[in-house]
Write a protein that binds this ligand. Structure first.
Ligand SMILES: NC(=O)c1ccc[n+]([C@@H]2O[C@H](COP(=O)([O-])OP(=O)(O)OC[C@H]3O[C@@H](n4cnc5c(N)ncnc54)[C@H](OP(=O)(O)O)[C@@H]3O)[C@@H](O)[C@H]2O)c1
Length: 280
């Protein structure tokens, strides 16, 4: 009997990297649930997704940093009912994020809080909610998934600034370093539960977030001499979701890797995709 389409939930799925990730997963027959604050942007995003069919995709509008967003009532109203097998999430991609461009001492308290609340606290609250309420959990034995090797996973979108720092982005860098710590710790806690936790660590990527940066100056410091493209991060997310060997926290550096290494990663992701296509 063919397995039902897998289900991916993507925070920040309305545009930029998150939307590209949604498009990549939808093209591989995943059902997508997208989250962002703008309902209009979510509707446009959903309409850009390929089959299984647009009716299979959903969205939940709201702010991930608000504790009242992560409730079973809110999820039920959006069609994701706790305990319903159809609401089970196979892959969670934590991609929603905001940035800043301001020196640390001039950054207002509100802005520091908003950055940490969105990029780190919201990400943790959401992940905890989904694990605690068993939207995201391993049912390998129940569904015989051991045969296919697929295990549910969390993919966190961190940032290279969380590793190397960044001028004018102290709170942002701190929040993303927190995402990496969270990834490692949760991976350790959940490895025995059959849920994998990984992180992607992109350098600069073309999106609304980077459109006002001095591109020419920054590109000069990048080995590839260009910003990454959202679809390249989407390849990495798909690779992490589908490669069940990646049991522990894993960082995939996009900007600092040389072209050859990044190419290898794309090839690996693509070969997994092909293997899956041929299996179906
Ligand atoms: N672009 C880069 O160079 C780069 C590099 C490294 C890492 N990243 C990370 O990649 C992720 C995506 O970035 P991007 O470049 O695609 O940025 P983007 O184009 O600005 O998209 C950000 C997404 O997050 C959503 N979002 C923001 N705050 C939210 C909140 N409180 N609740 C729910 N959704 C929220 C936005 O939708 P709404 O505004 O409608 O809520 C949007 O969908 C972020 O975590 C970012 O830190 C980006």
């Amino acid at each position: 009997m063919p397995s039902p389409p897998r289900h991916v939930l993507i925070t920040g799925g309305s545009r930029g990297i998150g939307l590209s990730i949604a498009q990549a997963f939808a093209a591989q027959n995943y059902r997508c649930t997208l989250i962002s604050r703008s309902e209009a942007a979510l509707q446009t995003a959903i309409s850009s997704l390929t089959p299984p069919s647009t009716s299979a995709h959903r969205y939940i509008p709201g702010s991930i940093s608000s504790p009242s967003f992560w409730t079973t009532t809110n999820f039920k109203e959006s069609g994701l009912d706790k305990g319903d097998p159809e609401s089970r999430i196979d892959v969670l991609v934590n991609c929603a994020g905001i940035t800043q461009s301001r020196l640390f001492t001039t950054t207002p308290e509100d802005e520091i809080r908003q950055i940490v609340d969105t990029n780190l606290t919201g990400l943790m609250l959401g992940t905890r909610f989904l694990l605690r309420n068993k939207y995201l959990h391993s049912t390998r034995r129940m569904r015989g998934e051991e045969a296919t090797g697929f295990t549910p996973s969390v993919v966190n979108v961190a940032s290279l600034l969380g590793v190397s720092g960044g001028y004018g982005a102290v709170a942002y860098a701190a929040s993303k370093a927190g995402v990496l710590g969270f990834t490692r710790a949760l991976a350790g806690e959940y490895v025995g539960h059959g849920v994998r936790v990984n992180a992607i660590v992109p350098g600069y990527v073309e999106s609304d977030m980077t459109k006002d940066l001095n591109t020419a100056q920054l590109q000069d410091r990048i080995p590839l001499k260009r910003f990454g493209r959202p679809e390249e991060i989407a390849h990495a997310a798909l690779f992490l979701a589908e490669n069940h060997e990646l049991e522990t926290a894993s960082q995939n550096l996009c900007e600092k890797t040389d072209a050859n290494m990044f190419q290898k990663m794309r090839v690996a992701a693509e070969s997994i995709v092909r293997r899956r296509e041929s299996a179906w």
